[in-house]
Design a protein around this ligand. Sequence first.
Ligand code: NAD
Length: 519
Amino acid sequence: ATLMRSLVKKRVPLQMGRMCYSSVSTTKLFIDGKFVESKSPEWLDIHNPATNEVIGRVPKATHEEMLAAVDSCSRVYHTWSETSILARQQIFLRYQQLIKDNIKELAKLITLEQGKTLADAEGDVFRGLQVVEHTCSITSLMLGETLPSITKDMDTYTYRMPIGVCAGITPFNFPAMIPLWMFPMGMVCGNTYLLKPSERVPGCALMLAKLLQDAGAPDGTLNIIHGQHNAVNFICDHPAIKAISFVGSNQAGEYIYERGSKNGKRVQSNMGAKNHGVVMPDANKENTLNQLVGAAFGAAGQRCMALSTAILVGEARNWLPELVERANGLRVNAGDQPGADVGPLISPQAKERVNSLIQSGVDEGAKVLLDGRNVKVKGYENGNFVGPTIVSNVTPDMKCYKEEIFGPVLVVLEADSLDDAIKIVNKNPYGNGTAIFTTNGAAARKYTHEVDVGQIGVNVPIPVPLPMFSFTGSRASFRGDTNFYGKQGIQFYTQIKTVTSQWKAEDATLKSPAVTMPT
Ligand code: NAD
């Protein structure tokens, strides 16, 4: 984090508002409370997505370094898990304040490494902060249950206990929010935590670690390693690690779920999505069009809850020209530029993939009503920009419908009735999020009951639940039994001990052995 701060300080303005770095810095590991330089011979470049300039390097941690990190977690677990719950709560109370105090600096770092606009980057931190705030209720969240007098002189009660060393593997698209879904929940329950952030945006996790240290978290309670497949395999295989939280693509998530589970670990795996917005003709037009545009193109479509597919029902199909007009009004620019609505994609490869998925729609008979493929951003000609794109006449058999595009592309289907729209949504393998736009309560109720999706918005385009609930994606968007944060997050990071105790008065003492099953 110190490194990242000095990196931010080294920022020097160039002509046309561009920013660059006077030198390339290395990303540290965080082991046993120290930010240490890796001895790895293998390093990856980190790019600013708006310029593609190299802004830093991140190591693929060596086996010895990964062992040191997990050993630190194991060693400290014994004292941390016995620390009083009030002491742990105090640390997270201080932590939430430190995150609030540093939100702008965290956001700058996110924009630099990930590309999203500064306002959106603040939202990224804020949604993670809400989870940290929720962890401060741990004294209520971790309560067990009691049932007195299950028989004469006998009571049963449960404790929620931590499970040991837990690990998190995170994606590039929310550098603050998703790590904050993980280690604060795990640690406040008394576990120690090993985090492997996305190698494309590692800086924010280090800054979050520094703030946690400043809040009083003892050395070794959080360790951070960097890397790709080797680091992931290490986490899936190391016997000291009892649970893995993963967020990212299906390719990685299914693999991690299987490998981790086979090794006897708990795994929760949040994965890809194709979220449908169903627009009924009775919807409030102004509100709906604005919400669709915001949710499809915000964060350049790189959100797992982006509303990337619209189904226009009946007469709502006539709203297409106005939808295009609004999307066309968004300003594409580097995330740190004033007024930017849509920033760059994470990499040139991501840009190429998105462009080729748009082209696949054209090849299969869809119509591109708004084409962002050739967008030019003055002063940022080398950035990974794709402008808002709307593809209509899309059918469920097309590649651009079947694949998660993860870019600023809205594909539009049409349906004659709500029933037809529900059939389309339920046939899609993903079940992360969806929204219906309507003024008809009966239609909204029917939709919420019949659609097989984990998170549903009624006139709410991105219905990501607040942390007193849980993030409940389903079907191909999730593997595991207990979801992230909320009550389910506490379940994931704890195990239950059930105690049955009998205290008899002296005169009720058993006089002979009881060999039948107690009833
Ligand atoms: P990604 O799967 O490429 O990377 C995620 C993590 O897995 C990284 O730490 C990476 O190092 C590791 N990884 C990548 N490929 C791997 C492989 N083959 N084997 C083992 N580990 C691997 O995902 P990403 O591109 O960083 O993020 C975008 C994806 O994440 C999208 O599909 C998006 O929908 C999904 N996502 C889902 C949610 C959710 O809550 N459902 C939230 C955010 C993002």
